[in-house]
Each structure stands twice: as C-alpha cells, then as structure tokens.
Design a protein around this ligand. Structure first.
Ligand SMILES: *[C@@H]1O[C@H](CO)[C@@H](O)[C@H](O)[C@H]1NC(C)=O
Ligand SMILES: *[C@@H]1O[C@H](CO)[C@@H](O)[C@H](O)[C@H]1NC(C)=O
Ligand SMILES: *[C@@H]1O[C@H](CO)[C@@H](O)[C@H](O)[C@H]1NC(C)=O
Ligand SMILES: *[C@@H]1O[C@H](CO)[C@@H](O)[C@H](O)[C@H]1NC(C)=O
Length: 388
C-alpha cells in the first residue's frame, strides 16, 4: 500500500490535535461567571460550586471581599496574603460568615518565609462545613496553637507543607473525622509531643521530608499506635527523613502501604516488618541497605510491590525472599506482587543457587535483578550452579 506525503500529513495533524487537546473531552468541570464580584480576588463558578482565589491580596482587601459578598456556601477558598511586614495575621472571621468546603492558605514564596498567625476565631463559621484544610510555604513560629481548628467536625484532610517551625502541631484539637494527615517538608515536628488523635480513625499519615530521627519517629508512632487510629491506619509514609532503622509497625493492624524510602538504614533485622494485613506497597528505595536478616519480612505479600531499588545489597538470600516470592507466584506475573531490586550490586556466586537452580518459577517475580554488573537473573543458566 502506498500513502502519499499529503495524507500522511493529515493523519499526523489529526493525531497531534487529539493529543494536544485532551482536556476538551476529559475536563467535566464547567466554568462560568460568578453571581457576584469578588475582585480583587478572582472567582470561578464550576460544577463544584464557587471557587475563590485571593493571590497576593492584602488582608484588608480579602476581608472586604467576604464582608461584601453574599453567597454563603463556597466550594474552595485559596488565600495568599501579601504584606509589607514579615507577618500575615488572619483576624477573626476572615471569611465573615462564609462556609468553604476546602481552605488553602499559603504564603508567598519569599525567603525567609513569611510568618503566618491565625486567630482562633478566623474560621469559626466554616467549621461545620470544611473537609480539607491546607497550609503551604509559611513560618508558623508565631502561631501558639491550632485552636483555629476547634470544632472542625467534618474535616477529613489536613495538610501542612513546606512550612517552618510547626511546633503548634502539639496542640491539635480533636478532629473526629480526620482521615488524612500530611506534614511534609516541615520543621518543628520533632520538638513537641505528637498530639493524641483519639477518637479519630486516621487512615493515612504522610510525614515525608521532615528530617525526623529514629527517636522522634518512634515517639510519634507510639502516640498514634496507642490511639484509636492504631486499628484504622492503612498508609504510612516516613520517606526522606533521617531514620537509621525501620520503625516498627506491629501496632497498626490495617497497615498495607509503608514507605521509608530515602533514609539511611544500612541493616534490617529479624521481624522489623510484621504486617497483619495483605501488603500493597513497601518502599525501601535508596536507604543504603547492605544486609537484610532472615525473616525480616513477615506478612502476606501476594499482591505486594516491594521496592528495594538503589541499595547496596550483594546477597539475594533465600531466608529473606523465598517465602515472599512463593506468595507472589501464586498469581500470574502481571497480577501478583513483585520485588523490585534495580540498582543493587548482587554477587553471582552460589548464594543465588536456591533461586536460579532450584526455584526458576520464582524468578519472574524479581524485577531487574542483576548480578556481577550485567547478568540479568532471568538469563543466568541453572546448570552453572550444578556444583554449588
Ligand atoms: C454546612 O453545615 C451545616 C451544619 O452541619 C449543614 O446543615 C449544612 O448542610 C452544611 N452545608 C454544606 C453545603 O455542606
Ligand atoms: C515513596 O517515597 C519516595 C521518596 O519520597 C517517593 O518517590 C515514592 O513515590 C513513594 N512511593 C509511594 C508509593 O508513595
Ligand atoms: C537518597 O537518599 C538520601 C537520604 O538518605 C537523599 O539525600 C538522596 O537525595 C536520595 N537520592 C535520591 C536519588 O533520591
Ligand atoms: C493474602 O491476601 C489475599 C488478599 O489480598 C488473600 O486473597 C489471600 O488469601 C491471602 N493469603 C493468605 C495465605 O492468607
């Protein structure tokens, strides 16, 4: 068959158009004009509701907008206050009587960061209606407590990101509906006792990038492990901290996702990891791991993704991996779990005989196993291990 140059061009243009404009079909959020004027803030009326954004606007002007406008229920409010001093103070009733499902506070990306001070009555009227609350890029050293979240009975997600001196976490009030707590790239978290979250049933705790050491993480996990969240926690992330040991998780009976990547954990000992529920994901990527003791991994790994990339493992041991791989291999390779070992300097010697010579069916569940620098596990000849 012969296609001329012109029709190829048309086909190519058609493909480009289809790729370049994916939002036309998939973006189901319709935007239209808001019923009121929110300037100098901006407003969109979407299928979610009213979405108000006040970026680099003074507190006086922000307050004026919410005192002037009438629509009581807002979908989201996003505030980045500007100031000529180093401190932004949110006064009582900054949104007046408005109720916002989602509230996002942020500080301009200046260095040093701007101080944010939130009055305990700043968000009083919205406390029965706000489900997501976030703070980004601020310094909270002048914030004495978290009382501005008092009575937030439907709040399910609290995220504090890239924020300094977050010591106020110690005074987090009771948030009965909280499911996700993210404190990521913050400082101050290790300075104060972690709050007792009872009676909350937290499901996801993400504490990445907070420079936490073993003792600090241990104290946090003891606090949560002895709260009502011990039997609800499903996902825990402690990536990018200063851990030298894998924190124990036996207190969390529902935990299925655990990420401790980007720490410095050279050695894993027996029974460090005991999962009571079937594992989804275990992240041990780039933790300078040189050795794992037999029996370190305990639990149901049938569908688990176990990431051991970019470590210094030289041995792929039977007493560490065999039972895990046997569970994974019960399912077809595309369905069952896998152990990802990209970037480890495994030795090709007799230590691999148990796998290559005696358990070939387990090999497909090991992803990117390479020994001696370039021999892929799946290409190794079982006969070469005959004399081991
Ligand atoms: C806001 O909260 C009140 C009190 O709980 C409730 O009656 C109302 O339905 C909520 N409205 C919205 C839009 O969430
Ligand atoms: C685990 O943490 C690493 C490092 O922060 C991150 O790159 C990775 O996406 C995380 N994995 C999951 C499944 O959350
Ligand atoms: C590996 O982890 C260390 C912390 O132990 C971190 O400094 C480094 O950036 C990480 N490397 C990558 C590629 O993420
Ligand atoms: C492991 O968990 C899966 C569900 O994720 C379940 O179907 C299977 O029976 C469990 N295996 C064992 C040995 O308990």
């Amino acid at each position: 068959m012969h296609l001329d140059y012109h029709s190829l061009q048309i086909i190519a243009a058609g493909i480009l158009l289809a790729v370049a404009n994916p939002s036309a079909a998939s973006n189901d959020v319709q935007r239209s004009a808001c019923p009121e004027d929110y300037s100098p803030c901006s407003c969109d009326l979407t299928s979610n509701g009213l979405e108000v954004v006040c970026a680099d606007i003074s507190i006086e002007n922000i307050q004026d907008v919410f005192y002037r406008t009438r629509s009581l229920f807002l979908y989201s409010v996003s505030l980045t206050a500007s100031t000529s001093s180093g401190t932004v103070t949110l006064p009582a009733d900054v949104l007046k009587d408005k109720r916002a499902q989602h509230i996002y506070l942020s500080c301009p990306s200046t260095l040093p960061k701007l101080n944010l001070v939130i009055d305990s009555a700043s968000f009083e009227f919205t406390r029965f209606n706000t489900s997501i609350f976030e703070i980004h890029d601020c310094d909270l050293s002048a914030q004495a407590d978290m009382n501005f979240l008092n009575g937030f009975v439907v709040l399910h997600t609290l995220r504090i990101v890239n924020t300094w001196t977050f010591d106020a976490i110690g005074s987090l009030p009771t948030l009965p509906a909280i499911k996700e707590l993210t404190i990521s790239r913050c400082t101050g978290l290790g300075n104060v006792p972690f709050p007792d979250l009872t009676p909350a049933r937290l499901e996801r705790l993400y504490l990445d990038g907070n420079s936490l050491n073993d003792d600090q993480v241990n104290n946090i996990l003891i606090s949560i492990g002895s709260s009502s969240s011990s039997s609800s926690m499903e996902q825990l992330s402690l990536a990018d901290n200063a851990l030298t040991r894998v924190p124990r998780i036996a207190a969390f009976s529902q935990l299925v996702t655990y990420n401790v990547s980007n720490n410095d954990i050279p050695y894993m000992s027996l029974s460090t990891l005991i999962f009571s529920s079937p594992v989804h994901f275990l992240g041990l990527k780039n933790v300078s791991l040189t050795a794992i003791e037999g029996g370190a991994f305990q639990g149901n790994y049938t569908y688990a993704q176990v990431n051991l990339e970019n470590n210094q493992l030289t041995a792929f041991r039977e007493d560490v991996f065999k039972s895990m791989l046997q569970q994974m291999t019960v399912q077809p390779p595309a369905v069952g779990g896998q152990v990802i070992v990209t970037g480890n300097p495994f030795d090709c010697g007799c230590g691999l005989a148990w796998l290559i010579r005696d358990n070939q069916p387990l090999v497909p569940s090991v992803k990117n196993g390479v020994c001696g620098g370039f021999f892929r596990f799946e290409d190794l000849n079982p006969d070469a291990y005959a004399n081991c």
